[in-house]
Design a protein around this ligand. Structure first.
Ligand SMILES: Cc1ncc(COP(=O)(O)O)c(C=O)c1O
Length: 379
């Protein structure tokens, strides 16, 4: 028998409640039935993003909202500061380049969190910087950046906004948008929102909306002003991914039913258990100093090929984990625990890891990792 499991940091596994809703016959997006769903979603997203402002929804993968956060926030001649601590930080730079925006990179060693002092220094010596672009959780390395501290620094600069890609942060750990004063907060559907890929989200502070007002870069599909007007009428500007919206209403219900704090605690526990297992097995984390609760990046031990380990997960157990990208290729595997994951899911994936490592010749006692995880999961 073949059974498949996703432990990749997006797409992630989906709750049956969401799957069933999405299987219902499709409705038309310009009818009151859809508008009612849209209205509920707007409220649910404000709860999830912890903001009073509108959360815009785009039918695209998460990168669409990232692109919009450059083309709608900046204007010709503006400068940007880009935190590059992995693949997704690099993407901010690539988008700026595509829009002719000169950017100053802060290159962070992969697996490390950015030092906020570097941001402070960069802003002080480059007053022309209009936006700071970062990730909350750099999925490619498993590291978490200190968003609260970064926001405190950017706040002091009236002519600069902070844009946070929280695609693997929202619904995983606490990022209270309004309380902290984040200007642009971005997410995507295929992560902790427990949906298939296909929706991107962006919420903006009042300060960020002022930047949108004066922005003169070209935009069409990802036009934040146009999308805000549509959202206020419970509509999307274009044909939305209707079935995903229907699923989103359900996943937002599930999140609200569990409660945000409980959701964060669950993610913390799953991440803690995974990290404890890694340690007990004598393995090392790729981002030991500031690990994200979304995904655990594990260094593959000496003598074992990362690519091979990743493929064996699937061949032997039907489990998809992620490997490393670019400079981390073959060196790490990434086990995700964001979204629809519970305690026993982690026991299963750690057990699979043990069996594979044993088979590949890594010396340890079977059950060591599982035991360490169980001890945390029972607390
Ligand atoms: C932190 C982060 N940013 C951006 C993206 C890109 O999102 P998408 O692939 O949905 O465009 C991802 C996807 O894994 C991500 O994890």
């Amino acid at each position: 028998m073949e059974k498949k499991y996703l432990f990749s940091p997006g797409p992630t596994m989906l709750p049956p409640e969401v799957l069933l809703k999405m299987a219902e016959p499709i409705m038309h997006h310009r009818e009151p039935e859809f508008e009612k769903i849209f209205a509920e979603i707007r409220e649910g997203l404000k709860y999830l993003f912890q903001t009073k402002n509108e959360v815009l929804i785009f039918t695209s993968s998460g990168t669409g909202a990232m692109e919009g956060a450059v083309s709608n926030i900046l204007s010709k001649g503006d400068k940007a500061l880009v935190i590059r601590g992995g693949k997704f930080g690099e993407r901010w730079g690539e988008i700026c380049k595509a829009y002719g925006i000169e950017f100053i990179p802060i290159d962070v060693d992969w697996g490390k969190a950015v030092d906020p002092k570097q941001i402070q220094k960069a802003l002080e010596s480059n007053p022309a910087i209009r936006a700071v672009y970062t990730q909350a959780s750099e999925t490619s390395t498993g590291a978490k950046h200190p968003i609260r501290e970064i926001v405190e620094i950017v706040k002091k600069h009236e002519e600069t906004v902070i844009v946070v890609d929280a695609i693997t942060g929202i619904g995983v750990f606490n990022i209270p948008m309004d309380e902290w004063g984040i200007d642009v907060l971005i997410s995507g559907s295929q992560k902790a929102l427990m949906l298939p890929p296909g929706l991107a989200f962006a919420a903006l502070s009042d300060k960020a909306w002022k930047f949108v007002e004066r922005s003169n870069l070209s935009k069409y599909y990802f036009d934040f002003k146009k999308e805000l007007k549509s959202a206020q009428k419970n509509q999307n500007s274009f044909t939305p991914a209707i079935s995903l919206f229907v699923g989103l209403r359900e996943s937002l219900h599930l999140i609200r039913k569990e409660g945000l704090e409980a959701v964060f605690r669950r993610h913390e526990k799953l991440a803690d258990a995974t990290r404890a297992a890694v340690k007990a097995l004598g393995l090392r984390l790729y981002a030991p100093d500031s690990p994200s609760n979304a995904v655990t990046a594990i260094k593959v031990p000496e003598g074992i090929q990362g690519g091979k380990l990743k493929s064996l997960f699937f061949e032997k157990f039907g489990i998809t984990v992620a490997g490393g990208q670019d400079q981390a290729k073959g060196k790490i595997i990434r086990i995700a625990h964001l979204g629809y994951y519970e305690r026993l899911d982690m026991v299963m994936v750690i057990s699979a890891l043990e069996m594979l490592l044993k088979e590949m010749g890594y010396a340890f006692e079977l059950g060591t990792g599982v035991k360490a995880a169980e001890e945390i999961l029972m607390e």
